[in-house]
Write a protein that binds this ligand. Structure first.
Ligand code: VNL
Length: 387
């Protein structure tokens, strides 16, 4: 404990020195921590690709300074995230840390951002409470309550009266289950089973058997990005679709990173999320075309969180003329701009994102699978915030 306190005091002192260094230099650095390897590597790959696209498009300049991005691979391991956050702030003197592929990784970095007085841009992790873990956190991804409440509104109006739920057993899964179930019950629905799978376990057969036996109208699912294809395969193999059990989900499950390889079992799955690669705006069409030309794969919601996070930092640096710390944090609060997903706002009070949430259905167009948006709730604030 004492050791940790000394450590944090050293960090605070180093931060003062870093502030002075930043002010003099022609270059500012942004430290990005991502799972580039390990079970969540697809999240790292998507965000990294989006950052490279943003850097190419922006010319890598903000606030009259050259911007250098340092990417570190934490392998999805929290103690590495913490060490890297510390090193980026103290040694590299970055103006902001960004990335954070999973909730536990974001939570471990939060106190380091606070002590280092360094803005922390959460581009992926989506448990509601993350933004409350440090006053230096701003978020450009989404929250599970945003996604889950919207589908819990849609389902009972479309013949779904009895459900089972299935979520990954950690922060965002807790949020998805709680906010889906509460709203679904409020709307007169019935919940037959609440099931959980371990974050790192990808065998869904036992829980799918329970769902079959319970015979709900639909199964609601949240799993983190990267697990959707495996889940969908087992859903089909176990014959749940043929047994007449519909699948509804947050868009993490019908993730654009894997959707096109899921096959016909995914067709017709209704889900809710903030971003689809099929979003029909001019800005998104250009984003997807440029992204695919550069990277040879389709961007998903993680890519958009990374792309918008970069825009947020760049616009902030423009306002501070390249200064970091509290000035940069202040310049990021309240920003409003058009993203490939639609208009977004960083709520100045909560530092969390306010955005449209779409209801989408998986459809085949020109031989490819897409999440086609057919309904929208505008400007959704995180329903998980108590204040
Ligand atoms: C989280 C939430 C991660 C949603 C995800 O994919 C996701 C998280 C890696 O907060 O850990 O799709």
């Amino acid at each position: 404990m004492l050791n940790r306190r000394l450590h944090l005091m050293a960090l605070a002192a180093a931060t003062l020195a870093a502030g002075a260094a930043q002010a003099q230099s022609d270059t500012v650095k942004i430290g990005v921590i991502l799972p580039m390897t390990g079970p969540s590597a697809s999240t790292g790959k998507q965000i990294d690709a989006a950052i490279k696209l943003f850097m190419a498009q922006s010319g890598g300049k903000a606030g009259g300074k050259k911007v250098e991005v340092i990417v570190k691979d934490d392998n999805g391991t929290a103690n590495l995230t913490a060490r890297m956050a510390q090193e980026l702030i103290v040694n590299d003197k970055v103006v902001a840390i960004a990335g954070f592929g999973l909730t536990p990784l974001a939570l471990t970095a939060a106190p380091i951002a606070t002590q280092g007085k360094t803005p922390m841009v959460v581009m992926a992790a989506a448990t509601s409470a993350i933004t409350e873990a440090s006053p230096y956190i701003v978020r450009t991804s989404f929250t599970l309550p945003q996604a889950a409440v919207s589908i819990a509104e849609w389902a009972p109006k479309h013949g779904i009266k009895k459900v089972a739920t299935l979520v990954a057993d950690y922060g965002p899964g807790n949020d998805a289950e709680k906010f889906f179930v509460d709203r679904f019950l409020l709307n007169g629905g019935q919940v037959l089973e609440k099931l959980r799978t371990p974050l790192r376990g990808a065998d869904f057969a036992p829980v799918l058997q329970k769902v079959r036996d319970a015979k709900p109208d639909a199964l609601f699912v949240f799993l983190p990005s990267g697990q959707g294809a495996q889940f969908m395969k087992q859903f089909g193999e176990r014959g749940l679709d043929k047994a007449g059990i519909k699948l509804i989900a947050t868009g993490d499950v019908t993730d654009d990173d894997q959707l096109n390889d899921m096959g016909d079992v995914a067709l017709g799955v209704v889900n809710s999320h903030h971003y689809s690669a099929a979003h029909p705006s001019a800005m998104n069409k250009k984003f997807v075309a440029d992204f695919e030309a550069m990277n040879k794969f389709r961007p998903n919601f993680m890519a958009v969180g990374g792309y918008d996070g970069m825009r947020l930092i760049f616009k902030g640096l423009d306002a501070t003329k390249g200064a970091g710390g509290d000035a940069l944090l202040a310049a990021m609060k309240g920003q409003l701009f058009e993203s490939p997903r639609g208009q977004i706002l960083i709520d100045a009070q909560t530092r969390d994102i306010v955005q449209d949430i779409y209801i989408r259905k998986v459809e085949k167009k020109d031989g490819q699978l897409w999440n086609i948006e057919f309904d929208v709730q505008k400007a959704v604030k995180d329903p998980g915030k108590t204040k």
